[in-house]
Design a protein around this ligand. Structure first.
Ligand code: PBG
Length: 325
């Protein structure tokens, strides 16, 4: 009791603060999302994501080398698919020579140790911009899962280390696991977007890939932001079905969910600090209203403190530049 107990003693100087610090960030925690486009020498800035770019494969190679040199050990690949290749069934997603499949090979041949995670969902390939197959305005579950499992297999065959299903269909983890086992990809892992909320923070991402839903919204498959126990149910099922890593998405608004999962399951947790979260910090910093680096570090630290083992973030490079010893 005061004055015997004075908590400020442990905050007196930088050395003691460092010694009692409970959470630390490292470049080992970071995963860098990458947007890939067809073409040559393309590095185009995404208008709603300042300082973030879409790369053609040639320039992607340079970017991946730079990330590796900064100490970033994983990338999460997304592709922007030309409109003429989009259809309702996501046919192009299974093309063994498609942009995603070529991107996987390119990253693995550039830096073999780089852990390649791939987005598995139909939205970039869908003429409707939905994550599954559409019929009479519904997003079909089981039919979509069949395609998604084949898509995961195709990424595994191209050399992905982990597939990352972001679609939120029921039962997709089990189907992917079964198919990959059957086809001999027993070492290809699954990072499941297990608690993915129907969030307005995905707006800039949909600009980046031109993948906004053509009708309706994603509320019949992504989770209601009001729900908490449902996240545990989703996560539990994905673990039972064979997920190696589970994910909570978005980040900052959902850190209570991250902590719930940390307290209930023994499995690595990834948190996706999504495009809207990135855009807000960039915009406020551009206006001079917030200190970019300080806010970026504080948010990443909060995500880690909540229980994240992996942080997928558009700030990966900026963070790594600061964190690198
Ligand atoms: C696609 C997907 C989305 C994001 C990751 N994978 C968009 C969506 O579900 O609509 C969002 C990522 C971000 O906003 O940074 N299924």
């Amino acid at each position: 009791m005061y004055p015997i107990k004075r908590n400020r003693r442990l905050r007196t100087n930088a050395a003691i603060r460092a010694m009692v610090r409970e959470t630390t960030l490292s470049t080992d925690d970071l995963m860098a999302p990458l947007f890939v486009v067809e073409g040559d020498k393309i590095k185009e800035e995404i208008s709603s994501m300042p300082d973030y770019f879409r790369f053609s494969l040639d320039l992607l190679q340079e970017e991946v080398k730079e990330l590796w040199e900064l100490g970033i050990k994983s990338v999460l690949l997304f592709v922007k698919v030309p409109d003429e290749l989009k259809d309702n069934l996501g046919t192009e997603a299974l093309n063994p020579d498609g942009l995603m499949q070529r991107a996987i090979k390119l990253v693995k041949s550039t830096i073999p140790e780089m852990q390649v995670f791939t987005d598995v969902a139909l939205d970039p390939y869908s003429s409707y911009g939905h994550d599954g197959i559409v019929e009479n305005g519904d997003i079909l579950n089981d039919e979509s899962v069949e395609v998604l499992a084949k898509m995961a297999l195709s990424h595994a065959a191209a050399g992905a280390d982990f597939v990352a299903p972001s679609d939120m269909m029921d039962g997709r983890i089990l189907k992917m696991r079964e198919l990959m086992e059957k086809e001999g990809f027993k070492n290809t892992g699954i990072m499941s977007y297990s608690a993915k909320y129907a969030s307005a923070f995905y707006g800039p991402f949909r600009d980046a890939l031109d993948s906004a839903p053509g009708f309706g919204d994603k509320k019949t498959y992504q989770m209601d932001p009001a729900n908490r126990t449902e996240a545990l149910r989703e996560t539990h099922m994905d673990i039972e079905e064979g997920a190696d890593i589970v994910m909570v998405k978005p980040g900052l608004c959902y850190l209570d969910i991250v902590r719930d999962i940390k307290n209930n399951f023994e499995i690595p947790i990834a948190v996706y600090q999504v495009s809207g979260e990135y855009a807000m910090i960039k915009a406020a910093a551009q206006k001079g209203w917030l200190d970019h680096d300080a806010v970026m570090m504080e948010q990443a630290l909060a995500i880690k403190r909540a229980g994240a083992d992996i942080i997928a973030t558009y700030f990966a490079k900026d963070l790594a530049k600061i964190l690198k010893p």
